[in-house]
Design a protein around this ligand. Structure first.
Ligand code: KIV
Ligand code: ZN
Length: 522
């Protein structure tokens, strides 16, 4: 145990929470976030008490570099890390990006497994050892806090893994991460790996060990906890478990497992669990990635009790079917909120209670939309307010906005949409036909803003119950290998479809896709 992980106020060991939502999470198809969205997510992570925020992969693109630099300048409490391959230019770029952080970290990695060495790196073991020594030393010359990761550690023979870890610590790494990159390990194995490495590597006491688990077999959280039992004291995880392929270990799940089962897992984190739901929503909004209904801790059904027996038990005593309270993870009970007569002050205080802290302009926008919704919808619930505020935040920097939409639909085709968009401050109107009303809506957008992006996913669900419920639509567009997701909500499914499509389109634009907006402005 090191000072960094010894908890002064409790007999429990402190486990550091390293959040990689903005790096490994953002890498997953469709989860792209804009610059502003990344800053918003970083703020939530910092407020929640995350110890290390991995803000991105600075060499990957100028956009990534700018986001990591801005987060490094902005975040005053957490450590800010930038990822780098074991390449000199990567490390220099990561060092440059985190230079202004109050607590900068460079996280560099190289593959160590025979499969990766033979097929990907085409290097032998000794060559990789040399690379580790050189690159970790380079990073250590730039910052004090250097993390080194053995990519595909769980498929690396233990003798060689010991040699790589020893070399990395000798060269100056202060954190050693042993990822289950392909989600292949089982808990006993992963626990044993950390025990062996910590026993066999002579300088192991000079570093903090870290777990980083992918969820290909659904074992990411179980493996992370097993790694902690094996002596690791840092968990790399993401909000909502987003990440490459099946995702990473979910932050909210590891944090609550440690909290709820402190009797058998005697470890503390510095996370304020009452902000978990807020963080989940912020990430889901930023990347327009829906959270599955039955997702542990933050899914909308996580605290819902449907069967008669369960409801009966809950009414008698909450502990019959709840191992943690919804309030402990920041879930406020669904409640009927204000109607069309509610004023600004009540709306502001409702937002505050729901965990939103909006600036004056954002509040004004949200209030206008709330009033419009209250005019059309009998009951306005917390979920409705959430949907409209989140949408507001997601579209704050959009270049293309929906002004109006009229659709003619029904049994007598073809369906026809007339749409007015605001493109960079110019109003453009178009009419288009389609094979169904949604196709017509999307064709109208394409007529105004021609683009080559392909529609990969279209999904719709109701925000609350009732036929006047808002429809929440998710749209995923892909363009030249990168995909983005957009979400929109409105009582009218066609309007939410248009909004969702435009959110995704705006994200592509933010990523550098050029707009060819029609010249004919009104
Ligand atoms: O899964 C992995 O191995 C990674 C490394 C870059 C740490 O994400
Ligand atoms: Zn990973």
């Amino acid at each position: 145990m090191t000072d960094a992980t010894r908890n002064a106020s409790s007999s429990k060991d402190r486990v550091l929470i390293f959040d990689t939502t903005l790096r490994d999470g953002e890498q997953c198809p469709g989860a792209t976030m804009t610059f502003e969205e990344k800053l918003e997510v970083a703020d939530v992570l910092d407020a929640m008490g995350v110890d290390i925020i991995e803000a991105g992969f600075p060499i990957a693109s100028d956009g990534d570099f700018e986001a990591v630099s801005a987060i490094a300048k902005r975040i005053k409490r957490a450590t800010v890390a930038g990822l780098a391959r074991a390449i000199s230019a990567d490390i220099a770029r990561a060092g440059e990006a985190v230079r202004h952080a109050a607590k900068p970290r460079i996280h560099t990695f190289v593959s160590t497994s025979p499969i990766h060495l033979e097929h990907q790196m085409r290097k032998n073991e000794d060559e990789v050892l040399e690379i580790i020594t050189k690159t970790v030393a380079q990073a250590r010359n730039l910052v004090e806090d250097v993390e080194w990761s053995a990519m595909d550690a769980t498929r690396t023979p233990i003798d060689y893994l010991c040699r790589t870890v020893e070399a990395a610590i000798k060269a100056g790494a202060t954190t050693i991460n042993l990822p289950d990159t392909v989600g292949y390990a089982v808990p006993d194995e992963y626990r044993a790996m950390f025990r062996q490495i910590r026993e066999r590597v002579p300088n192991a006491d000079k570093a903090i060990f870290s777990v980083h688990c992918h969820n290909d077999l659904g074992l990411a959280v179980a493996n992370s906890l097993a790694g902690i039992e094996g002596g690791a004291r840092q968990i790399e995880c993401t909000i909502n478990g987003i990440g490459e392929r099946a995702g990473n270990a979910a932050l909210e799940e590891v944090v609550m497992a440690l909290r709820v089962r402190g009797d058998v897992l005697p470890y503390d984190t510095g996370i304020d669990a009452s902000l978990l739901t807020r963080a989940s929503k912020a990430v889901s909004t930023a990347c327009s990635f829906p959270v599955q209904y039955n997702k542990a801790i933050v899914g909308r059904n996580a605290f819902a009790h449907e069967s008669g027996i369960h409801q009966d038990g809950m009414l008698k005593n909450q502990t019959t079917y709840e191992i943690m309270t919804p309030e402990s993870v920041g879930v406020s009970k669904t409640s009927l909120v204000m109607g069309k007569h509610s004023g600004r002050a009540a709306f502001r205080s409702k937002l505050k209670e729901m965990g939103y802290d909006l600036g004056d302009n954002q509040l004004e926008d949200a209030f206008t939309r709330f009033k419009a919704l209250a005019d059309r919808k009998k009951h306005v619930y917390d979920e409705d307010i959430e949907a409209l505020v989140d949408e507001n935040l997601a579209s704050a920097h959009d270049r293309v906005r929906l002004v109006s939409l009229t659709v003619i639909a029904g049994t007598r085709g073809p369906q026809r949409a007339t749409m007015k968009l605001d493109v960079d401050g110019r109003f453009v109107t178009e009419e288009a036909e389609g094979n169904g009303p949604i196709d017509a809506v999307f064709n109208a957008i394409k007529a105004i803003v021609p683009h080559e992006a392909v529609l990969e996913l279209y999904d719709v669900h109701a925000v609350t119950e009732g036929t006047d419920a808002q429809a929440e639509v998710t749209v995923r567009l892909s363009h030249e290998g990168s995909s983005v997701t957009g979400r929109g909500a409105d009582p009218d499914t066609l309007v939410s479809s248009a909004k969702a499509y435009l959110v995704a389109l705006n994200k592509l634009v933010a990523k550098g896709v050029r707009l060819h907006a029609q010249a004919a402005a009104e």
